[in-house]
Ligand binder design. Structure first.
Ligand code: ADE
Ligand code: ZN
Length: 326
């Protein structure tokens, strides 16, 4: 069977990956030592053993604890380079990296420390890793819209280093409508817009991400399958879904990969892409998401080609440059 080889070797873009979720335990311990931060676990193995989650919130709590080791611009640069090296090994030609400034400003860092470190790695990506990388700032939806406005304001001096704005963190109880005004502002400022919706939350959150926030892509979006009218809307308007199968498995959105709806979404004509979300926590980078999911669902080379093509079509790569990739 040559499908796994095809999946690994095909050129692809990654559109849904939180850089803080790429921080491997080894690097976390190295940064903890460099910055004199005490971790709650005695060693790498004990930390990895703690990566068992029953839902999104249990993951977010551990993810947040891990970010405490990030202190300097160099830390953000080093974390991003580690991810870019892994992405290059998976034949990723372009990646759009999520980050949440508020996690770090909440620990006393400045937005400039975060954004400048991340951006320096993205700027080095073509020469160092043979790929392109851009940044999407995600507001934390468990915080207030007022706090999102403050976050946007603090990022504006680094405006040119950010391609888009997204919405992440605890979904249930924090519908897109909560951020209507700040997304309208981001839109006026010319940012591309995305939002997590329909991961654990209902299809109605996908509707409001589209109609209230006016996002161009939906992150996760797998719950759309419960709403035929929404499925029709997504197909008709070619709204991409950035699907993260191993994440959905680890956070128990689906009990097994064989029950994941990626194949059904693709066969319905949805512009679905495959992504790793938080690869250090969910058991695999992009190619691992492709190979495990395609095997579990019995997907074929046509699905492989479609998801790779979708990843470039759904990206925020300049239309004029897109022909370089596909
Ligand atoms: N932040 C990091 N990973 C996330 C996910 N899967 N959903 C929501 N927020 C996140
Ligand atoms: Zn995510």
């Amino acid at each position: 069977d040559r499908l796994p080889e095809l999946l690994r070797r095909m050129p692809k873009a990654e559109l849904h990956m939180h850089i803080e979720g790429s921080l491997e335990p080894e690097l976390m311990f190295a940064l903890a030592a460099r910055n004199s931060v005490q971790l709650a676990y005695p060693n790498v193995q004990a930390l990895r053993d703690a990566y068992v989650f029953n839902n999104l919130q249990e993951f977010l709590d551990i993810y947040h604890a891990g970010t405490m080791v990030l202190k300097t611009e160099q830390d953000f640069y080093d974390m991003t380079c580690a991810y870019l090296a892994r992405a290059q090994a998976d034949n990723v030609l372009h990646t759009e990296i999520f980050f949440d400034t508020q996690t770090h400003t909440g620990h006393g860092l400045s937005a400039a420390t975060v954004i400048n470190g991340l951006h320096r790695a993205c700027a080095d990506a073509p020469a160092k890793f043979g790929m392109t990388a851009s940044l999407i700032l995600c507001f934390l939806r468990h915080l207030s819209e007022e706090e999102a406005f403050a976050c946007l304001e603090e990022a504006l001096p680094m405006r040119d280093k950010i391609v888009g704005i997204g919405l992440a963190s605890s979904e249930l109880g924090h519908p897109p409508e909560k951020f209507a005004k700040v997304f309208a502002r981001a839109r006026e400022l010319g940012f591309r817009l995305v939002a997590h919706a329909g991961e654990e939350g209902p299809a109605s959150y996908i509707w409001s991400a589209l109609d209230v926030l006016k996002v161009e892509r939906i992150d996760h979006g797998v719950q759309a399958f419960t709403d035929p009218a929404l499925m029709q809307r997504l197909v008709q308007d070619k709204i991409p879904l950035t699907v993260c199968p191993l994440s959905n498995l680890k956070l128990r959105v689906y009990p097994t990969l064989a029950q994941h709806n990626l194949g059904k979404l693709l066969d319905a004509g949805i512009v679905a892409t495959v992504n790793s979300d938080d690869p250090a926590y969910f058991g695999g980078y992009l190619n691992e998401n492709f190979t495990q999911t395609f095997a579990a669902l019995g997907l074929n080379s046509q699905h492989a080609y479609q998801t790779a093509l979708n990843s470039f079509n759904a990206s925020f790569i300049d239309a004029s440059l897109r022909q370089k990739y596909v």
